[in-house]
Design a protein around this ligand. Structure first.
Ligand SMILES: Nc1nc2c(ncn2[C@@H]2O[C@H](COP(=O)(O)OP(=O)(O)OP(=O)(O)O)[C@@H](O)[C@H]2O)c(=O)[nH]1
Length: 418
């Protein structure tokens, strides 16, 4: 049976406060397009962890982050070391299919902030980034969902006039989980595409595998994308200038497949633009779509209408969340997680949650599961907002919400009877 690591005191999110220092790019001027890095990588492969390690570095203090999350309940904005002003959460589906408009809207908003900051004298020369004058945004990192097909995202960034007027796609970085990647690449076409389009591949979780497994994985990654730099995340995050440093994304360097995917994305984009002239009718794109997008801290409802279905994800993939109003027993939850990971680990693509545990009142616990692997749970220093309910997001293949709900209730009721 899969063992869930013991609950130990550690913190899940590094501090958001940044020391004053030089920025990464010394070449940004108020008129130059803002460089954009796309951070992709399969579910649970370590995107947010790598991002947090980068964002605390002084060189990235003027970096805004756009996070796209997959699931009914957005959690990532609570787990990223960035203040509300620098973080935009797109939780209304996947940017590769349903929230392209939101992505463009987020870029437009950040460009307006930058213009406002520069108008108020908060430009790059002064290095200031706050106050009523707006924030100076020097770089944007877009973290995709783990299931994203990167091609339509890259296409949008390279061709949408509203974006290209102010931004340029600098590079694509993909995290690759050394524990799960072999199986993931076998089973999920999105994972192969994420690797194939990247300039840099960040190997994560190499601390959990032996050298031979790492070498096998590197050979496989080289076969998919011979031009990418492959680096261990521990090394990469100490050199943000190398990881994110200015270059302009060139699909031609990535091979014929990538160019073909981008052509398909362009074709579908044109088809959608044509279809937008048709009368709109609202319908669900995914059974997992949440129905809101929010600029972190300022949630606003979006009633999304799309003219046709652009669901690129496998119909077998489900995303749902389990919510508990009352604190839950850590011991019961741990036993249940072990049971479900042991029985259905291959199909338990991602489990991520904030848990209010009976055993540690006032100390929210963050849990992360990726297929059979459960990472050590970690305490958050405090609840990120007024919502103190347990919220656990599941992304599964062919595991229905009812099965998860029903089995969890069995363990919960067993605990209660003791
Ligand atoms: N041991 C180890 N754990 C890691 C490493 N990188 C990430 N993790 C753990 O992997 C889990 C998932 O990491 P995240 O950064 O949330 O992954 P993600 O790609 O952002 O996940 P999603 O966006 O939900 O798909 C967390 O528990 C991390 O602590 C690593 O290099 N080594």
């Amino acid at each position: 049976m899969t063992r869930t690591p013991e609950l130990k005191a550690s913190t899940a999110v590094p501090p958001a406060a940044l020391p004053d220092d030089e920025s990464l790019s010394t070449t940004t001027t108020s008129s130059s397009p803002t460089p954009v890095t796309v951070l992709t990588g399969f579910l649970g492969s370590g995107k947010t962890t790598a991002l947090n390690a980068l964002l605390v570095q002084p060189a990235l203090r003027h970096t805004a982050v756009i996070i796209n999350e997959f699931g009914e309940v957005g959690l990532d904005h609570h787990l990223v070391a960035r203040t509300e002003e620098d973080l935009v959460l797109l939780a209304n589906g996947c940017i590769c299919c349903t929230v392209r408009g939101d992505l463009i809207g987020a870029f437009t908003m950040l460009a307006e902030q930058r213009a406002k900051a520069e108008g108020a004298g908060n430009g790059p020369e002064k290095g200031t980034a706050d106050g009523a004058g707006g924030r100076f945004v020097e770089r944007v990192i877009v973290e995709t969902t783990g299931l994203a097909d990167p091609a339509p995202i890259l296409h949008t960034l390279m061709s949408d006039p509203a974006v290209t007027a102010k931004y340029r796609l600098a590079n694509v970085v993909a995290t690759v989980d050394a524990v799960n990647a072999e199986g993931t690449l076998d089973r999920h076409a999105e994972a192969v595409k994420q690797v194939a389009v990247a300039d840099r591949l960040l190997l994560t979780k190499t601390d959990l595998v032996d050298a031979a497994a790492r070498d096998r994985l590197v050979a496989r990654l080289r076969a998919i994308n011979p031009a990418a730099d492959i680096v261990d995340v521990a090394q990469a995050i100490t050199q943000p200038e190398t990881l994110l440093g200015d270059d302009t994304y060139d699909p031609a360097r990535r091979g014929a497949d990538v160019e073909a995917w981008l052509r398909v994305a362009a074709y579908e984009d044109d088809a959608e633009d044509g279809a937008e002239d048709e009368p709109e009718h609202a319908h669900d794109h995914h059974d997992h779509d949440s129905d809101y997008a929010q600029h972190a801290g300022h949630a606003h409802d979006h009633a999304h209408t799309h003219a046709h279905d652009r669901n690129r994800h496998d119909d077998h993939i489900k995303a749902f969340s389990i919510i508990r109003d009352q604190p839950v027993s850590w011991a019961g939850l741990q036993t249940w997680l072990e049971m479900i990971a042991g029985m259905r680990g291959d199909d338990l693509l991602r489990v991520k949650g904030i848990v209010n545990v009976i055993e540690h009142p006032g100390q929210p616990v963050v849990i992360h599961g990726v297929q059979h692997l459960f990472h050590p749970p970690a305490f958050l220093p405090a609840w990120p907002d007024a919502d103190h309910r347990t919220r656990i997001v599941f992304i599964t293949r062919d595991i229905e919400r009812d099965l998860v709900e029903d089995t969890l209730r069995i363990f919960e009721s067993r605990r209660t009877r003791r």
